[in-house]
Design a protein around this ligand. Sequence first.
Ligand code: PAF
Length: 298
Amino acid sequence: MCSFGTQLKKTMLIFENTAELQKYLKSERHQQRSIGFVPTMGALHQGHLSLIEKAKENNDIVVCSIFVNPTQFNNTQDLAKYPRTISQDQELLAKQGCDVLFLPEKKTMYPNPTTTTFSFGNLENTMEGAHRAGHFNGVALIVSKLFHLVQPNQAYFGQKDLQQYLIIRQFSQDLFFNTEVICCPIVREKDGLAMSSRNLRLTPSERTIAPKIHEALQLAKQSLLAGKSVHNTKNTIQNFFTDLKVLDLEYFEIVKSITLEPIDYVDDSFQISLCIAAFLGEVRLIDNVFLYNHKGVF
Ligand code: PAF
């Protein structure tokens, strides 16, 4: 498709090849230019673009990658049906002022079957880790490959995937990646639905129901802030989904935001996150909110 340094709308370079990407970024580093990195699986939305924006604010050049990573899917249908909107993505990135797009093929990222495995201790024993076998191993594999290739000063991830952010931050420190891993706020539609590439898979009638996930999180937040117990709040949310019928709740967890330990009681000395995963038809959606609105959680 694109060869070395193909220019899109004058400014954005597109690389499919690792050697050419590395050569280009090496010369940028030699000129003391800092690199901000936004890894994605494409089907870009305003949430991704907010990460590009943040990366631009803090770095000399911004690299975005688009790669639908097969090793992080525990469900073959989910992988097959993952939205792919590559031409539109390229337009959006160029418009947003992204400098470099890395667009590898599967054989580039996985030239050989990979046997490397990761372990993330308690961080992976709950929520996504507990419900999607091997998911975080696949995420860590691809993100560490990408970090090696791009060697970013900073890498940006969305709070919607809170557990992913915490795991990436942990292994980046463990493996001495010289990359600051940054978490950016969730971007929501007007009706509260957290932006997600998977929203493209919702039917029009499912799309009208999807904001109920955020409504449930707000209900839980109000319940805890009004002094109701964790147990009581969990029952309220369970009943909310049972009454709704159309959304199949996979989990609702109330956890410490940094360790993801489930909590038994509320205490404002630590930040607390309320996290949900639910199926709407075939589409699995996740969302979370912080209990307290103060900044600087991480
Ligand atoms: O959050 C995502 O889109 C993916 O999990 C990531 C971080 C790009 C790795 O494939």
